[in-house]
Design a protein. Structure first.
Length: 367
């Protein structure tokens, strides 16, 4: 027993050194997370905003986030072994795969440090998003409504899509897919955080996510503060050109799973009450849903065709849902795609330089 304890104690310095090395390797992600944290806390103090969620509550949320992450490993691994490995017994292969996952110390350490950075980043992002209207009240909705009509030959996009999409079963499918977006985002985090073979592509994917959300979800969202079509009638802008669309959605939600309606009401109540809930900020321009969908498509482009096609289909349906469920002006998506595309290219250049690679082949991380 004493020998075992002595051996364990002797290994502590090496473990500490490995942790420090991994923290250094994941430095760019931690830097993004800490920068977002400092910005959110600094803005909260500057504005005297006492409604924002303090850091201590976010720490508790992080522990909950880690628990969900551990649970999320199982369905992700099951899908991988069942689809890509054609295992005769997916359950048995899953158990073997998960056991190997938890026995890989380097992969676990790398993944949890990266997830820590992601959580710090995304929770701070939520706080900043909830503060947008304290910095810049909603002021751009009329302009973006006009822009949509100019881009679409005098029509609003929802009017063009209504004959095709305004049927309860179709609307329900689009609405359910829209809520599946967070699952895609979580899988994006998990896959790249715990990537078995880390390299330039992993760095590119994670940095592109953080850069897109920093520039699009914070800087541009504050500059072009807007609520979105579903709230147009609540902003005191006169005639509401989206009243017919919202009436249809409210009526459909009584019989079909169009959860967007209840969520929109909840978000507006949070905004009107000034509760500062970091999960319930309102921002339309640019659309982070559409930006993240493009990042997902780019990330899986050279992977198995079924994964690529599912990502494309999901992204198309999210775009249709963002317009037809009243969340966004179409222009919100167009700007989001530009931001995400530029972030992907810039992150790729940085990642290649960081990794010291002369060539870059995303297919190297094919599942």
């Amino acid at each position: 027993m004493n020998e075992a304890r002595a051996t364990a104690l002797a290994g502590l310095p090496a473990l500490g050194l490995e942790i420090l090395r991994e923290i250094f390797r994941q430095g760019p992600f931690l830097a993004f997370g800490l920068a977002m944290l400092l910005l959110s806390e600094g803005l909260r103090v500057f504005l005297g905003d006492t409604s924002s969620v303090p850091v201590t509550v976010r720490v508790a949320g992080f522990l909950y986030f880690l628990l969900l992450t551990l649970i999320g490993v199982f369905p992700m691994q099951f899908f991988r072994v069942a689809v890509f490995e054609n295992a005769r017994s997916p359950t048995r292969a899953l158990l073997k795969s998960v056991r190997g996952f938890f026995m890989d110390d380097s992969r676990l350490l790398r993944g949890f440090i990266t997830l820590t950075a992601i959580f710090i980043f995304i929770s701070s992002f939520g706080a900043l998003k909830a503060s947008i209207t304290l910095v810049q009240p909603f002021a751009w909705d009329s302009a973006f409504d006009d822009l949509d009509r100019w881009l679409h030959f005098g029509y609003r996009p929802w009017e063009l899509l209504a004959p095709l999409l305004n049927h309860p079963p179709v609307t329900a499918v689009i609405a359910v897919n829209y809520h599946m977006w967070f699952l895609g985002l979580t899988l994006y985090w998990l896959y790249f955080a715990f990537e078995e073979r880390p390299g330039a592509f992993r760095t590119q994917a994670l940095l592109a996510f953080m850069l897109t959300w920093s520039v699009g979800g914070v800087a541009l969202a504050m500059l072009f503060s807007s609520a979105g079509p579903c709230y147009f009638g609540k902003l005191g802008l006169g005639h509401d050109p989206y009243a017919e669309l919202m009436a249809y959605l409210h009526e459909t939600s009584k019989s079909w799973p169009v959860w967007a309606v209840a969520l929109q009401d909840s978000l507006w109540a949070n905004y009107a009450n000034g509760s500062g809930d970091i999960t319930k900020g309102i921002s339309a321009m640019p659309s982070m849903h559409n930006a993240q969908c493009l990042l997902l498509v780019l990330a899986v482009w050279n992977k198995a065709p079924i994964v690529r096609n599912l990502a494309i289909l999901h992204g198309v349906l999210v775009f249709l849902g963002s317009v037809q469920l009243g969340w966004h002006y179409a222009a919100d998506a167009y700007l989001a795609w530009i931001v995400a595309g530029l972030a992907w290219v810039a992150s790729g250049a940085f990642a290649r330089r960081l990794e010291g690679a002369q060539s870059f082949n995303p297919a190297a991380s094919r599942p």
